[in-house]
Design a protein around this ligand. Structure first.
Ligand code: DGT
Ligand code: CA
Ligand code: CA
Length: 584
């Protein structure tokens, strides 16, 4: 997994510890002397928690300190691993084992004792054999195994074969936050940080990558494995472990040293493509980068903070959301990194539903909830009549709502409610409400909700035709995708963008976590095309304003700055913008 290894990366105590642990595993499987096995286990712990780098000591010609439980034989092995990155004994043991045993050990989390028992009693040495035996109920016949363990093995195997299950952010967040909180309460823990796609604010998360720094004698690894929510331990080592939670979410936990924290965080934040480009840049400058630091020869010149990693290769800090190798390194080099939008920049929300259509709260409740989140205005944009399942409004009902909003606004000048509608685009591209009523609104949103599978050309034409109506201000959830339910509609986005630019129509970045539509790529496309984006909750209840954070995450991945987003403007400016394109 760590392609850094081929870079001839410096050997650290953690690597030595890992090799000792692996040796102990193999010794255990091959029925070696228990004292010898224990000696390696103990050495792994001692080496892993030793505060100075053995490799550095050896390179400096310093004699290795005397350590409890480390005799001449083990000291020689430390020396061997530190200088070569390998251990002959491990290589020999590995060769003596059927190759799949390593796989059994790693993946199923059976532990050496059990792997050995299965090997000896049932001749199981491959995953396929293990699966057959478990299905046939033969595992439970081995002493020390019961039906429960057998089921556990079947579950673990099934989990491996499942098509990759990705979690949308709010779900991942829920599991991540409780776990982080749990880890933070473990003794001796300093920092707990989630890296990977989660930190890059990706719309879905494959697994969580958690980094932890600790004081010397922390038992955070044991604490992690003992977490209530752990269903299966997939791998267990001195410095890295992987588990599957009951939810199915996989978590990788890595213990890193405080002085390596920055480089480890950078490495495990990724993306992989970004890392590769950064390393290429480093190489061109005669430097080497891996999760342990930035090196010139054997000298370490950065890695305690992420800043130091970027600075070592001559770059300013790059926000995690941008790290996709989509031009961020070049932008950083040229001083052209975007000043990314943040949640605080939003002054209003232009897409909000109420009980008048399919929302759960009335106008005042929605307004109050938005105000409590620091917003200055919302646009009430209930569905139009065509959407009968949502109790869409007919012209009379919309007029009634317009009057109601006027009277609410008259009572309270601290918060502004804009009058709007989410008008359905009919199949022929005409709108579901007549112009004379749309003209009375502050903002007109259009969207398709039916016939989402039209062929590309007709779908695109349909939307373009709607956008040609001079009263239209905003195209909501442009692609119509619903993660886990349906793919995006087949539309020619560059044509839509061109029309939006020409007609000064905003494209929505809908913040519902299973929509996040526009996505990151399209958001950046809008930015590049000079099309304004509107980051809207599409709230159907007071709780939904909480979703704005996910839209902001996506917007940041799309390089958006506050000036690219219409609802960073004041209510008056938004009204003006919306009316500026109307022909009277
Ligand atoms: P995910 O989990 O599928 O949502 O996406 P990530 O980005 O979290 O990917 P993951 O969990 O496989 O790995 C976490 C980070 O570790 C990844 O973003 C970059 C780093 N990484 C993993 N494998 C490699 C590798 O082979 N080479 C490099 N350069 N970096 C890697
Ligand atoms: Ca991940
Ligand atoms: Ca991972």
């Amino acid at each position: 997994m760590t392609d850094g290894k081929v870079d001839n990366m410096p050997v650290h105590n953690a690597d030595i510890a890992e090799i000792f642990d692996e040796i102990a595993n193999f010794l255990e499987i091959s029925d070696a002397n228990p004292f010898r096995i224990r000696a390696y286990r103990k050495a792994a712990r001692t080496v892993g928690s030793f505060p100075q780098d053995f490799k550095t000591l050896i390179d400096a010609g310093t004699l290795l300190p005397k350590l409890p439980g480390i005799g001449t034989d083990l000291a020689a092995k430390i020396h061997e691993i530190a200088t070569t990155g390998h251990c002959d004994l491990l290589d020999t043991l590995r060769k003596q084992m059927p190759p799949a045993v390593t796989e059994l050990l790693k993946v199923v989390g059976l532990g050496p004792k059990r792997v050995q028992a299965l090997y000896r009693e049932l001749g199981i040495s491959t995953i396929a054999q293990l699966k057959l035996a478990a299905r046939a109920g033969r595992i439970r016949t081995v002493s020390g195994f019961g039906p429960k363990t057998e089921q556990h093995i079947l579950d673990a195997l099934a989990a491996q074969n499942e098509p990759e299950q990705r979690f949308i952010r709010p779900i991942a967040k829920q599991y991540a936050e409780t776990l982080v909180n749990y880890l933070q309460h473990s003794e001796g823990v300093n920092q707990v940080m989630i890296a990977g796609s989660y930190r890059r604010m990706q719309e879905t998360v494959g697994d969580l990558d958690i980094l932890v720094t600790t004081t010397a004698d922390s038992h955070v690894m044991e604490h992690f494995l003992a977490y209530d929510e752990v269903r299966t331990v997939l791998a267990h080592g001195a410095t890295r472990s992987s588990v599957a939670l009951r939810s199915g979410l996989q978590v990788d936990l890595r213990l890193v040293k405080t002085e390596n924290y920055g480089s480890a965080l950078h490495y495990f934040t990724g993306s992989k493509a970004h890392n590769i480009s950064i390393r290429r840049l480093a190489r061109a400058q005669g430097l080497k980068i891996n999760e342990y630091g930035v090196f010139r020869g054997n000298r370490r010149i950065g890695g305690d903070t992420e800043d130091s990693v970027f600075n070592a290769v001559g770059l300013p800090y790059i926000a995690p959301e941008l790290r996709e190798d989509r031009g961020e390194i070049e932008a950083a080099r040229n001083g052209l990194l975007p000043n990314l939008i943040s949640l605080n920049d939003l002054r209003g929300d232009l897409h909000v539903h109420t009980t008048a259509s399919d929302g759960k709260n009335n106008i005042q409740e929605m307004a109050q909830a938005a105000q409590m989140r620091g917003l200055q205005y919302i646009a009430i944009t209930d569905h139009s009549r065509r959407l009968t399942v949502t109790h869409g409004l007919n012209p009379e009902q919309l007029v009634q709502q317009i009057n109601e909003i006027d009277s609410i606004n008259a009572q309270d000048s601290n918060f502004i409610i804009l009058k709007g509608s989410e008008v359905d685009i009919l199949e022929d591209g005409t709108l579901d409400l007549p112009d004379d009523i749309l003209r009375r609104l502050d903002i007109v949103i259009v969207a398709i909700h039916s016939k989402l599978n039209l062929p590309r050309e007709s779908q695109t034409e349909r939307i373009l035709r709607a956008m040609d109506n001079p009263l239209v201000n905003l195209l909501a959830h442009p692609t119509g995708r619903l993660m886990g339910v349906r793919r995006e509609s087949d539309i020619d986005m560059s044509k839509i963008m061109r029309k939006a630019k020409e007609r000064n129509i905003c494209l929505e970045l809908n913040c519902q976590p299973d929509r996040l539509d526009l996505n990151d790529i399209y958001s950046k496309m809008a930015r590049d095309a000079g099309v304004m984006v509107s980051i809207n909750s599409d709230a159907h209840s007071i709780l939904d304003f909480n979703n704005l954070q996910y839209g902001i995450g996506q917007a940041r991945r799309g390089w958006l700055e506050h000036q690219h987003v219409i609802n960073t403007l004041s209510a008056a400016q938004v009204k003006k913008f919306c009316h500026s394109t109307r022909m009277h």
